[in-house]
Write a protein that binds this ligand. Structure first.
Ligand SMILES: Nc1nc2c(ncn2[C@@H]2O[C@H](COP(=O)(O)OP(=O)(O)OP(=O)(O)O)[C@@H](O)[C@H]2O)c(=O)[nH]1
Ligand SMILES: [Mg+2]
Length: 193
């Protein structure tokens, strides 16, 4: 990462993964940032994320490989003081919540307002994973009215390939916005769906 020398533009994409505590951010982050063909599964044991973890990978999004940083943010509000710094220069937000947990459904709306709206990011810069680990495919999951206009993807632990596909699409759209010169709010969204 450190030796990366892009011709002109600063390298890479910064993607911030946010949402209520125990929603599955670390589970999703580990999966999408892995370079190996790993299964979509829980970490060996649950450890609340302290502050933020930064996972680095490279993805082929067209042209030379793009360095991607996945910032897996701890869901505890104890780290609220770090959130502005965490969001600095972010290109996209992945919002993860567990739709089977009543409180997380409403909390997800507040995470969207804080991390997307307050940062003047376009809605296209946010993908939502409603992560119900053991749900049956096709289960209709609850969505907060605040985020129902976004791209909300229902996933369970059986949906690893869907997570990968959606994440890659999301990265391509983020790269297109970045390449078109938009740093954030004013960026034109590339067609996403
Ligand atoms: N049944 C089961 N649940 C697990 C296991 N490991 C983690 N979990 C649960 O999976 C959920 C998601 O865990 P994480 O991905 O670490 O959640 P997170 O959103 O990163 O949480 P924070 O870092 O605290 O904000 C939590 O509700 C855990 O209790 C496991 O081995 N078995
Ligand atoms: Mg975590």
């Amino acid at each position: 990462m450190a030796e990366e020398k892009g011709p002109t533009a600063p390298p890479g994409l910064k993607i911030v993964v946010v949402g209520p505590t125990q929603g599955g951010k670390t589970t999703v982050s580990n999966y999408v940032a892995s370079d190996e063909a790993v299964d979509f599964e829980y970490p060996f044991e649950y450890n609340p994320t302290v502050g933020v973890r930064i996972l680095e990978c490279e993805r082929n999004l067209g042209g030379p490989a793009t360095p991607v940083e996945v910032w897996d943010v701890g869901g505890s509000t104890d780290y609220e003081g770090c959130w502005p710094a965490i969001m600095h220069d972010a290109h996209g937000v992945v919002l993860v919540y567990n739709p089977e947990q009543e409180g997380q459904v409403s909390e997800s709306g507040a995470w969207y307002e804080y991390f997307v709206q307050n940062n003047d990011l376009p809605d296209e810069a946010c993908v939502v994973f409603a992560f119900a680990p053991n749900a049956q495919r096709g289960t209709r999951q609850r969505v907060s009215p605040k985020i129902e206009h976004l791209n909300v993807v229902n996933i369970s632990l059986d949906d690893g390939s869907l997570v990968k596909t959606q994440f890659e699409r999301f990265l391509k759209a983020a790269k297109a916005r970045k390449d078109s010169g938009g740093g954030g709010g004013e960026a034109k969204g590339a067609e996403y769906k």
